[in-house]
Every structure is written in structure tokens, then in C-alpha cells.
Design a protein around this ligand. Structure first.
Ligand SMILES: Cc1cc2nc3c(=O)[nH]c(=O)nc-3n(C[C@H](O)[C@H](O)[C@H](O)COP(=O)(O)OP(=O)(O)OC[C@H]3O[C@@H](n4cnc5c(N)ncnc54)[C@H](O)[C@@H]3O)c2cc1C
Ligand code: FES
Ligand code: FES
Length: 465
């Protein structure tokens, strides 16, 4: 990719440079800027060793989030403030309370994971609200320490929270970083030239598509970066749609709940309209990866990626979602269940961008249950996943639809015949799709999971879980 002029703040200092926008922020930090405190472990979003804080203006304020710098292309830095482990020390080079607590509570052994752990805690604490201990521990799911030092890390989290609750005026964010927030709010957030195109509104997107019909659409880039870690492919030309204002809004409309397709999974989980009307979606999305990935990842990416085990797709199909797709001079609508044409194949054509996901109002009154079987309890992709939608008339169940992932080349939606027993229903579904065998599970194991998932969904609706 051609180099592009990119401006951002790094630990409170303005950086304006010609940079390769498709390269990884992790490499920029370590190899070009010699900030080697940020470590590389897995290189594909799993371990959290490379965690940094990304600050971005939202509603006239800077919102700080933990992200994996191994998944972050440099182009996404335009108009942001990033903070690394080297930037969180307080005035006079004093340790930040997070670092202090990690030292005092022996939250590290070899120390390789500790910068990422500290930066994950820092990102949570840099915003206004003090998180609960539980939120902090869940967030630390995305930091895998190989030296079994978790107890010390947990105690460090406890120490930090106790300190903050007793010292309400203490700000974990150093002054030099707070001081640049006003300037950051005025910075340009889009890139409209060269090969990494980052529009911030729909009109600009349409013009860019017209001029660059062949460009690849990217959003959070979590999936693409993890893939590139293996394939080493170059992106050539991309249109990054993650900043399009109209695509990051969540609103109630006459049609139902409209979720901008570029809204991050974290923002959906924390949105009050989503939790009020479709709480099952918020709960289910928590099953996707860890917080550093969810802060980048979007539903559009989850859908367009067309993975047969995409958790977001399983949830949205059970919720009868439909997609609004925009292109340079047209708009179309399609039901998610009709979106896939085969393994990793969708109806998307050149220049098509998923703009919104609509969950119809009629879906709000159903009851949902999501089940995900994976090799690890947390932060793992599914062997089989499913989400059941129960429609009731009073206490009587009148319709059950289940979206299954991991049993066929795409996620499949099945309507159950309520006159048949579970054994027969599960057998029929297995015979219909003949589930695949792969490293995650054999065909017969998946067939058993189909049955077990149906049993669990009914156990849930009958109040037995
Ligand atoms: C460590 C790790 C763990 C993960 N765990 C899970 C998991 O547990 N469950 C799960 O389901 N997934 C998981 N994923 C996969 C991935 O993160 C999700 O699918 C995520 O939602 C992708 O969103 P994104 O915005 O980052 O997509 P991107 O990486 O930006 O794009 C993915 C695909 O979607 C296309 N695309 C993106 N946006 C649009 C749009 N608006 N219109 C048209 N096409 C578009 C891109 O061209 C690309 O083909 C994981 C990924 C990583 C790296
Ligand atoms: S290096 Fe492991 S998540 Fe980035
Ligand atoms: S202290 Fe060694 S990996 Fe965490």
C-alpha cells in the first residue's frame, strides 16, 4: 500500500508522518518508534500481550478502549490518541497506581504479559465510571498469562479499585494525555486519499465507492487482521467503514431496532435500547472473543465474513434480522436468512456495504436462548452454536425456530415441528445437513450437540436451567 499522511497522538505527543496504513500498530510501536514495552505473543488477537489504549472522540468526549495492537492497522490511528505502557506513568516518572498494584501484589512472573494486563485495566479506568471488580476480571479474559500469575493480577485489580473508590479525585490518565483531549476533538477523522480510505459519512462513502469500485470493504478489521497474520496477504486498496456516522447509530424506528452495522460489539452490549428490547443479543455477543476484540469487531464483519460458526449470525437469524445494504447509487434490503449462498459466499456484490441491521419489533416479544459449545469456556470459537426463538401464546409455546452454526456450510435456521419429540427432531436435522468433521469435532459429535442443544433450549424455556 502507498504511504499516507497520518496524524494521531501517542502518549500525549502529536505524531504526523507518512506511514504504511495497512501495517500493524504493534510493528509501528516496536520497530519504528522503539516503544518495546508493548509485546507480541500470538499476533492474532488471542493473548492480549499487545494491548494498548485507543482514545477516540464520541459525543464531544474522548472514549478510551483497550485494543489489540496486533489487529489494528495504522490507518485506523488517524484522529486518535493512543496510549502505551510507556505513557501511563504519572508526573515525575512515578508509577501509575495500576503498575504499583501489579508490583505490590506480585501480579507478574516473567512479566511478558504484564504490560498488556496493565493497559487493559488502564483502558477501563480511563473513562468516567469506575468499573466493578467483576467487570474488570471479565475484561481480563483477553489477557492470557502463561505463568499462572492470575491470583496476583486479580489482587492488583482489587487494590486499584479500592484505591480509586477511596480517592475519587485521582485520575489514572496522566495530565499530558488529558491536556491534548481538547485538540483531539478538533482533529480530522477521515482519510480521503491514497489506498486506505476512511470516510466518516454515507455521502462520502458513496463517492469513494464510485471512484474505487474494486476496493475491499473493512470495518473493525479484527477478522481480516487475524487472517493476514497467517496469509501475509496485502490489502491493496480498502474502504474502512468503521467511522461512518450513520453506521454507528442505534435507534428505534417504525420497523424495529436499527443497529448501525459498524457499531462495535461492545457498544451494542452496553446500549440501553438493545438491552431493553433484545437483551439476548447483548448477552450472546459477550460470548464473542474478549473485550479487546469486541471493542473493534462489528456485526457487519461477523455477517459478511460468512463463517458457518459466527455467533452474531446465529443470534441475529433467530431474531429474524434483516440487512440494509448500500452501494454507490442504490439501497437494498434482504433477510439475513437469505443472505448466504454457500460456504463463505454471500449475496454481496462489488461495492455493497452492509449499512444497518434491523431487528423487527415482532421479535421483541419472543424468548431467546443461546448455547455455544467450544473447546474453552471463554474466548473461543464454537464447535456448534445455536440460538432458539420461542414464540408463546400465554404459557403455550406456539412456534420454535433455532438457528444452528457449525452443522453446515452456513448458519441454518430450522423451524421445529412441535408434535415430534426431541430425539426425532435432532435426528432429522443431522440427516438433513450431515454435519462436517474437522479439528473441532467429528460429525457424530456435532450430531450429538444438535440434540443436546435442543434439550438445553427446552430446559431453559421450561425454567429448568
Ligand atoms: C481473537 C479473535 C477471536 C474471535 N472470536 C470470535 C467468536 O468467538 N465468535 C465469532 O463469531 N467471531 C469471532 N471472531 C471473528 C471476528 O472478530 C468477528 O467475526 C467480527 O465480528 C468481525 O468484525 P470486523 O468488523 O472486525 O470485521 P472485518 O475484519 O473488518 O471484516 C470481516 C469481513 O467482513 C467484510 N465486511 C466488514 N464490514 C462490512 C460491511 N459493512 N459491509 C460489507 N462487508 C463488510 C470484510 O470485507 C471482511 O470480509 C474472532 C476474531 C478474533 C481475531
Ligand atoms: S499479540 Fe496476542 S493479542 Fe496481539
Ligand atoms: S507473567 Fe509470564 S506470561 Fe504472564
Amino acid at each position: 500500500m502507498r504511504k499516507t499522511n497520518i496524524s494521531f497522538y501517542l502518549n500525549g505527543e502529536l505524531i504526523e508522518r507518512q506511514l504504511d496504513p495497512e501495517s500493524r500498530v504493534l510493528d509501528l510501536l516496536r520497530d519504528l518508534l522503539w516503544l518495546t514495552g508493548t509485546k507480541e505473543g500470538c499476533g492474532d488477537g488471542d493473548c492480549g500481550a499487545c494491548t494498548i489504549t485507543l482514545g477516540y472522540p464520541i459525543n464531544n468526549k474522548i472514549k478510551y478502549q483497550a485494543v489489540n495492537s496486533c489487529l489494528l492497522p495504522v490507518g485506523k490511528l488517524q484522529g486518535t490518541s493512543i496510549i502505551t505502557i510507556e505513557g501511563i506513568e504519572k508526573e515525575n516518572n512515578d508509577l501509575n497506581i495500576i503498575q504499583e498494584a501489579m508490583v505490590e501484589q506480585h501480579g507478574l512472573q516473567c512479566g511478558f504479559c504484564s504490560p498488556g494486563v496493565s493497559m487493559n485495566m488502564f483502558s477501563l479506568l480511563a473513562n468516567d465510571e469506575i468499573p466493578s471488580y467483576n467487570d474488570m476480571i471479565i475484561a481480563l479474559n483477553g489477557n492470557i498469562c502463561r505463568c499462572t500469575g492470575y491470583e496476583g493480577i486479580r489482587n492488583a485489580a482489587k487494590q486499584v479499585l479500592t484505591y480509586l473508590n477511596e480517592t475519587p479525585n485521582y485520575d489514572v490518565v496522566p495530565k499530558k494525555i488529558r491536556n491534548i483531549e481538547a485538540n483531539l476533538l478538533k482533529m480530522k477523522t477521515d482519510i480521503l486519499v491514497d489506498d486506505y480510505l476512511l470516510p466518516n459519512n454515507i455521502n462520502s462513502l458513496k463517492t469513494i465507492i464510485k471512484e474505487n469500485p474494486e476496493a475491499m470493504i473493512i470495518c473493525g478489521c479484527s477478522d481480516i487482521s487475524a487472517r493476514r497474520h497467517i496469509t501475509k496477504e496485502s490489502l491493496n486498496k480498502v474502504i474502512d467503514v468503521s467511522r461512518i456516522n450513520e453506521m454507528t447509530k442505534i435507534e428505534l424506528t417504525r420497523d424495529g431496532l436499527s443497529i448501525g452495522a459498524a457499531t462495535s460489539l461492545t457498544d451494542i452490549i452496553n446500549n440501553s435500547l438493545c438491552s431493553k428490547n433484545v437483551s439476548a443479543l447483548c448477552e450472546g455477543l459477550k460470548e464473542i472473543a474478549a473485550i479487546q476484540v469486541r471493542n473493534l469487531a462489528t456485526l457487519a464483519g461477523n455477517i459478511a465474513n460468512a463463517s458457518p460458526i459466527a455467533d452474531g449470525v446465529v443470534l441475529l437469524m433467530a431474531l429474524s434480522a434483516k440487512l440494509i445494504i448500500v452501494n454507490k447509487d442504490c439501497k437494498k434490503e434482504i433477510l439475513l436468512k437469505d443472505f448466504y449462498k454457500g460456504y463463505k459466499k454471500t449475496v454481496l456484490e462489488e461495492g455493497d456495504v452492509i449499512e444497518k441491521i434491523i431487528i423487527p419489533t415482532s421479535s421483541f416479544n419472543k424468548e431467546y436462548h443461546m448455547e455455544k459449545t467450544a473447546k474453552r469456556n471463554a474466548v473461543d470459537i464454537a464447535t456448534v452454536n445455536s440460538c432458539a426463538a420461542f414464540e408463546k401464546d400465554g404459557d403455550k409455546i406456539v412456534k420454535v425456530e433455532i438457528a444452528f452454526g457449525g452443522i453446515a456450510e452456513t448458519v441454518k435456521l430450522e423451524t421445529l415441528d412441535l408434535n415430534r419429540d426431541i430425539e426425532i427432531l435432532a435426528r432429522d436435522i443431522s440427516l438433513k445437513y450431515n454435519p462436517l468433521s474437522d479439528v473441532r469435532g467429528s460429525s457424530s459429535y456435532r450430531a450429538k450437540l444438535i440434540k443436546n442443544h435442543i434439550i438445553k433450549h427446552f430446559a431453559f424455556i421450561n425454567g429448568e436451567l
